[in-house]
Write a protein that binds this ligand. Structure first.
Ligand SMILES: O=C(O)CCC(=O)C(=O)O
Length: 288
């Protein structure tokens, strides 16, 4: 627990991650989970030719108002601002769901490896637990200090039980140095885009639900070629860097679905760069 933003930021700079930041009450996180599960019940078929899992897996904020609204929540932004400064955009909002007893895992990786952002320090993931994300339930684990190096070699495994798009993995990580980051419902962790992290299977009898919001600053675009899209959420964003999006006009609005496809195509070109086989961009959906 951190008494001040200064001690939280010092921990983040030292380790590349911080866990256990209270954001939502138990009641509110249960209500948010219920809204996510209502979407699953009512819109399993998805929209615009994509199943719901696709939207949950990447850029959900483009077409789902609930996810865009969460990215704008002051309870989250005040901590993210302490880390990244006053000018913030949400690049992607995602849900990482592992069903009870799921064998799905996430291999050791650094997030920004394939995101076309270079080795920027100006991106952070806020990951909020909407269920009890215990060690048994397959919480994330982190390698302290690993963000201080550059981007390590990743090899593609395309493992079907891996939630990552290409099963990308860093070999030889010393598990003995890893730190688990269990979260109670409504708690948040932050991790740096170069921090090595992974997660295990869900051995619990409840779903393990995490909301991952990728935040960046206008400066991220200084390191990035081509175009990319993000939603301003706080402060000022100068013209000419990000293609700024306003957020959804409604749930699965046709114009937003078309924008979703444009963004996906633009980002897929970056993600697939150097892959040994076709990359089915984040089509894994909910993990069983
Ligand atoms: O939810 C997980 O287990 C992994 C999440 C992750 O890799 C991320 O948010 O960057």
């Amino acid at each position: 627990m951190h008494d001040t933003h200064a001690s939280l930021v010092a921990d983040y700079r030292r380790n590349g991650f911080v866990v256990g930041i209270p954001v939502f009450s138990t009641t509110e996180s249960a209500a948010l989970r219920a809204q996510v599960e209502a979407l699953e019940a009512d819109h399993a078929a998805g929209a615009g030719g994509h199943d719901l899992g696709q939207f949950f897996r990447v850029n959900g904020h483009v077409v789902i108002p609930l996810l865009a609204d969460l990215a704008r929540r002051p309870e989250i932004l005040e901590t993210v601002e302490a880390v990244l400064g006053p000018n913030l955009l949400a690049w992607s909002v995602e849900l990482f769901i592992k069903e009870p007893g799921s064998a799905k895992t996430v291999s050791w990786h650094q997030d920004i490896t394939y995101w076309g952002m270079g080795e920027t320090d100006d991106e952070v993931t806020a990951w909020i637990a909407l269920s009890d994300v215990s060690i048994t339930a397959g919480c994330m684990r982190f390698l302290p200090g690993s963000h201080r190096g550059g981007i390590a070699d990743h090899h593609d495994t395309f493992d079907a039980d891996n939630l990552l798009s290409r099963g990308q993995s860093i070999a030889g990580v010393d598990e003995a140095q890893a730190v688990h980051g269990p979260l109670a419902p409504g708690e948040m962790s932050l991790h740096h885009g170069r921090c090595f992290h992974a997660s295990g299977a869900n051995g619990s009898d409840d779903r393990r639900i995490g909301l991952a919001i990728r935040y960046g600053t206008p400066e991220v675009r200084n390191h990035a070629p081509g175009r990319d899209w993000a939603m301003p959420v706080r402060g000022e964003v100068p013209a000419g860097g990000w293609d700024c999006i306003a957020g959804p006009r409604g749930l699965f609005h046709p114009a937003d679905l078309a924008l979703y496809d444009r963004i996906l195509a633009g980002q897929a070109a970056t993600l697939a760069e150097g892959a040994q086989q076709g990359v089915d961009l984040y089509s894994g959906g909910t993990a069983q």
